[in-house]
Design a protein around this ligand. Structure first.
Ligand SMILES: NC(=O)C1=CN([C@@H]2O[C@H](COP(=O)(O)OP(=O)(O)OC[C@H]3O[C@@H](n4cnc5c(N)ncnc54)[C@H](O)[C@@H]3O)[C@@H](O)[C@H]2O)[C@@H](O)CC1
Ligand SMILES: Nc1ncnc2c1ncn2[C@@H]1O[C@H](COP(=O)(O)OP(=O)(O)O)[C@@H](O)[C@H]1O
Ligand SMILES: [Mg+2]
Length: 271
């Protein structure tokens, strides 16, 4: 049986805002994304997390890019380099977009997967590293939300993924490595660590644009930082992400939608 994620599901699962909360009540999260030529991925994920309601967002940003980052989004705090003990203290982590595949990055990801017990989104290059690094899959946990598109899923599962086999391969994967899996695409499928399957009903092909997955990573990390269960964080985020694209089309064409437009539309959501 497949559970549909629709307006009713959203209304049933979204928590009311804590009106006496302070910024720490809304989650203190870190985005680990970007590298030379790809810092935009970090900006998009970090800003999306803030607009999805995170109280505090920190990003790892190299010193030479710090100023441009600040001019785009001064609300995001910065770590200039990897600092494991500090990173382990955040309520939730989003890692992967644009981080690259070099040895230091692989080592850092491995350290994090072994030592961090909190909720974590693993996207893009984090998934590519898991796919190619011996034994890393064994560190996956139910509180890890993996967000592969079909290309990344094919690398992760070691088999070509298509609409006809995606859910079956996903179910086999979570049975072996319990984690929360989002198979991204039109009508994204979400599989819980116990093997329950959900299907999203929102969204459209305006989402097929650079960085729209990075925005999703930021939104999921934000929900996790607010203490939503991994499966709720995943399903509510995918639904909202799709809605953002629908709302964009009220005033622009599909082809003109860029990832930053999606972030702007978060202004209409109380998350
Ligand atoms: N502004 C930025 O800094 C941006 C950074 N990005 C980051 O850049 C990194 C590399 O992005 P790439 O686009 O090169 O990597 P991808 O992993 O998206 O693409 C690599 C290959 O995977 C396959 N693929 C991609 N999407 C697929 C799909 N939906 N179904 C089947 N196969 C698919 C294609 O063969 C493609 O050549 C990622 O970490 C990504 O998060 C991108 O999000 C774009 C924007
Ligand atoms: N044709 C489509 N219809 C609906 N959603 C789509 C379509 N194409 C892509 N998407 C959505 O857009 C996002 C793309 O993510 P991803 O491929 O990781 O992009 P990037 O890495 O450039 O940020 C996913 O959430 C996916 O579900
Ligand atoms: Mg991506």
């Amino acid at each position: 049986m497949v559970h549909l994620i629709d307006d009713f599901y959203f209304q049933q699962h979204i928590h009311p805002r804590n009106e006496i909360g302070n910024k720490y009540s809304f989650g203190n999260i870190i985005i680990i994304a970007g590298s030379t030529g790809k810092w935009g991925a970090s900006l998009l994920a970090s800003k999306a997390a803030l607009r999805a309601g995170s109280g505090l967002v920190t990003a790892i940003v190299s010193e030479d890019y710090e100023e441009s980052f600040l001019s785009f989004c001064p609300e995001v705090m910065h770590l200039r380099e990897w600092n494991l003990s500090k990173i382990l203290s955040y309520d939730a982590i989003g890692i992967g977009p644009g981080i690259g595949l070099d040895d230091a990055t692989k080592h850092h990801l491995k350290e994090l997967m072994r030592k961090y017990e909190g909720p974590m989104v693993l996207d893009a290059d984090a998934l590519n590293i898991i796919s190619t690094t011996e034994n890393l899959k064994g560190f996956l946990k139910p509180q890890h939300v993996l967000t592969p598109h079909y290309g990344e899923a094919s690398r992760l599962f070691g088999k070509k993924v298509s609409d006809s086999n995606a859910v079956q391969l996903g179910l086999e994967f979570v049975q072996k490595y319990p984690c929360t899996l989002i198979l991204k695409g039109p009508n994204s499928k979400i599989i819980s660590s116990e093997g329950i399957v959900y299907q999203n009903t929102s969204g459209n092909d305006a989402l097929a644009t650079a960085g729209s997955g990075d925005v999703l990573t930021g939104i999921i990390t934000s929900f996790l930082g607010k203490k939503y269960d991994p499966i709720q964080a995943a399903s509510l985020s995918v639904f909202v992400h799709g809605k953002l694209a629908e709302i964009c089309l009220e005033e622009q064409s599909k082809s003109s939608v860029i990832a930053s437009d999606l972030i702007e539309k978060l202004k209409g959501f109380e998350l």
